[in-house]
Design a protein. Structure first.
Length: 202
């Protein structure tokens, strides 16, 4: 005898799971031709929120270490936002890593919503590792209003060769703004990490 209530419960559970997964989606991930696995990475978070930056860098570093990749967080040597190129070069050199993973905290790119006031990253970045790092710190201020309806942010991550500054890998995750960014961080890091593994740069 078919258990209809059980089927309905299973269907409801599946719908809830799919809804939760839909709060994040890996919309882009691709390695550059010839980009091979890296063995050590400096993790750099681009955000004016110092707590969010530390949470992201620690979470990503933990994923890398678990895979056997040496990981160095940048907030320990570059505590300030938007440092000069010379400072970044020095920090990368002292870290003695193969690659640098730079991730820009989600800039709102598509939304029909009104957004609460604050600072949002708006730069697209320049050429190479140092150009892109500098460009992502361009920011704009917007007036405080009230969030209404659905809103999505896009977090872009790029892996660069530490010595030459050449691009090795690009990934992007879209996230719903219905939940706090800190709550979503674990899933965001997981998606970016899975993208790098799938593209064989780790």
């Amino acid at each position: 005898m078919t258990n209809i209530p059980s089927r309905r419960c299973a269907a409801l559970a599946a719908a809830i799971l799919l809804s939760a997964c839909a709060t994040h989606r890996l919309v882009q991930h691709n390695a550059e031709p010839g980009a091979g696995p890296v063995r050590s990475v400096m993790v750099v978070g681009i955000t004016y929120d110092k707590v969010l930056r530390r949470v992201y860098e620690d979470a990503m570093a933990a994923k890398l270490v678990a895979r056997g990749v040496k990981a160095v967080v940048s907030y320990q040597t570059l505590p300030e936002a938007g440092v000069e190129e010379a400072q970044l070069r020095d920090a990368v050199s002292r870290a003695q890593v193969d690659a640098v993973l730079i991730t820009r905290d989600g800039a709102i790119e598509r939304s029909r919503s009104k957004v609460s006031g604050g600072t949002v990253a708006a730069g697209t970045g320049g050429i190479g590792m140092y150009g892109w790092y500098a460009g992502t710190w361009v920011a704009t201020e917007y007036a405080p209003t009230r969030i209404e309806g659905a809103a999505w942010s896009s977090t872009t991550s790029r892996l660069f060769d530490a010595r030459e500054g050449a691009l090795l890998w690009t990934g992007a995750v879209e996230s719903s703004l219905e939940r706090g960014r800190g709550v979503q961080m674990e899933r965001l890091v997981q998606l970016l990490f899975q993208g790098m593994v799938a593209d064989k740069v780790l």
